[in-house]
Write a protein that binds this ligand. Structure first.
Ligand SMILES: Cc1cc2nc3c(=O)[nH]c(=O)nc-3n(C[C@H](O)[C@H](O)[C@H](O)COP(=O)(O)OP(=O)(O)OC[C@H]3O[C@@H](n4cnc5c(N)ncnc54)[C@H](O)[C@@H]3O)c2cc1C
Length: 356
């Protein structure tokens, strides 16, 4: 079965030179009104609704969708609410909630979806949006957070956010400073403004020559952060953490939004994973000690990463049109999901599946 997804731009004017650049960035065709195939590519089942677009990309892959979104968004000062890695599938990420590096300011990606076209288990094609009634309204609620359980999404329309740049990156600390940094992060993070999103990860990095020497093959604690205010504000916010210990690597910088993947530096190639997350109602000092005991530098565990993300802010607020995303906290403080990925070949029978 072949599925194709169409990503459309609604820009009034696209210059031919720009479109050539987009064409070079995607594998599928880039078509304008009047081009052979344009009407077929943009048309859906529902003839009552034909999107207006200055161009359409006949996307053949996730990468095509990502390239088209970035292309359409960036010149207009807009950005998609991607996750720690923009390489993952946009539909699975968004329908699963989508908790990204600007989440405390803008909430979950699923909170910003306007419309889906979805094929449900009865073989029917349904257009569901905030304007739907009855079962369609329920379906629109469920798909935003309920992942792939309600059908196959063939189109998705979502809002972009007005972001062109951020100050962010990772402060990486050595194993000797793990306890001090983790305890400091626990006290520091809840006081941050909503324009700042952060997580702290215990990483067991492979001896990959592509990694910078100070962290290659080492255990490190990575404090990831993004701040949507000025570089000076970002530096001031980070100062208390820098005072705790000297990082072995500091990648923080003022960056354009398309560089957002540099914050988490997730692997870009597909890999075996075992991934679980949970929400915490609080993160007391005892919990940090317990985490260090089982996943800290002295522990013998096969986990490549254990991460605690700071929630609160917009993550805790229900969107205007409610959805099925769970783990919202009414409090601005910490409710922290953790996630873990196994080092290849070290998870044994626990790697029978991947929890998305
Ligand atoms: C490196 C990495 C970093 C990540 N970072 C984050 C993060 O920061 N925040 C976060 O929230 N998540 C994050 N995730 C989780 C990620 O959002 C999910 O794993 C997502 O489903 C990614 O999809 P995929 O490309 O791995 O697989 P896909 O093949 O795209 O799909 C995975 C699942 O999504 C569902 N799905 C996909 N396409 C459709 C469709 N068209 N219709 C219906 N259901 C569909 C299905 O259930 C499918 O089994 C990360 C994952 C990885 C591997």
């Amino acid at each position: 079965m072949t599925l194709s997804t169409s990503s459309t731009t609604s820009l009034d004017a696209l210059r031919a030179g720009d479109l050539a650049a987009l064409g070079a960035a995607v594998a599928g065709p880039v078509l304008q009104p009047g081009d052979p195939g344009f009407a077929e590519e943009i048309g859906g089942f529902n003839l009552a609704y034909t999107p207006a677009a200055a161009a359409v990309v006949g996307a053949t892959s996730t990468d095509d969708v990502a390239a088209a979104v970035r292309y359409a968004a960036a010149p207009h000062g807009l950005a998609p609410l991607s996750g720690s890695s923009s390489q993952v599938g946009v539909v699975g990420y968004t329908t699963g909630g989508g908790l990204g590096p600007m989440a405390r300011r803008y909430g979950f990606a699923a909170d910003h979806v306007r419309r889906f076209t979805i094929v449900t288990a009865d073989g029917m094609v349904r257009d569901v949006s905030e304007h739907g009634q009855g079962p369609d309204a329920d379906l629109f609620w469920a798909v935003r957070g309920g992942k792939g359980n309600f059908g196959i999404v063939t189109e998705m329309e979502f809002d972009l956010v007005p972001v062109t740049r951020f100050v962010g990156g990772a402060l990486m600390f050595g194993a000797d400073d793990a306890a001090a940094v983790l305890h400091a992060w626990r006290e520091w993070a809840p006081g941050l403004p909503e324009d700042t999103t952060t997580s702290v990860a215990l990483l067991r990095l492979p001896p990959d020559p592509a990694l910078p020497e100070p962290v290659r093959g080492r255990f490190v604690v990575a404090v990831r952060f993004t701040h949507l205010g000025s570089a000076e504000e970002g530096a001031a916010l980070l100062a208390p953490l820098r005072a705790v210990a000297g990082p072995v690597l500091d990648t923080s910088a003022d960056m354009p939004y398309p560089a957002i993947d540099a914050v988490h530096m997730d692997p870009v190639d597909p890999m075996p994973m075992w991934d679980r997350g949970t929400a915490l109602s609080a993160l007391p000092a005892e919990a940090v000690d317990a985490l260090l005991a089982v996943a800290g530098p002295q522990a013998d565990v096969p986990l490549a990463m254990v991460e605690i993300r700071l929630l609160g802010g917009a993550i805790a607020r229900r969107p205007e049109v409610p959805n099925a995303v769970a783990s919202r906290s009414p409090e601005p403080g910490i409710r922290s999901p953790g996630s873990a990925a196994c080092r290849p070949g070290r998870c044994g029978d626990r790697m029978s599946g991947r929890d998305q």
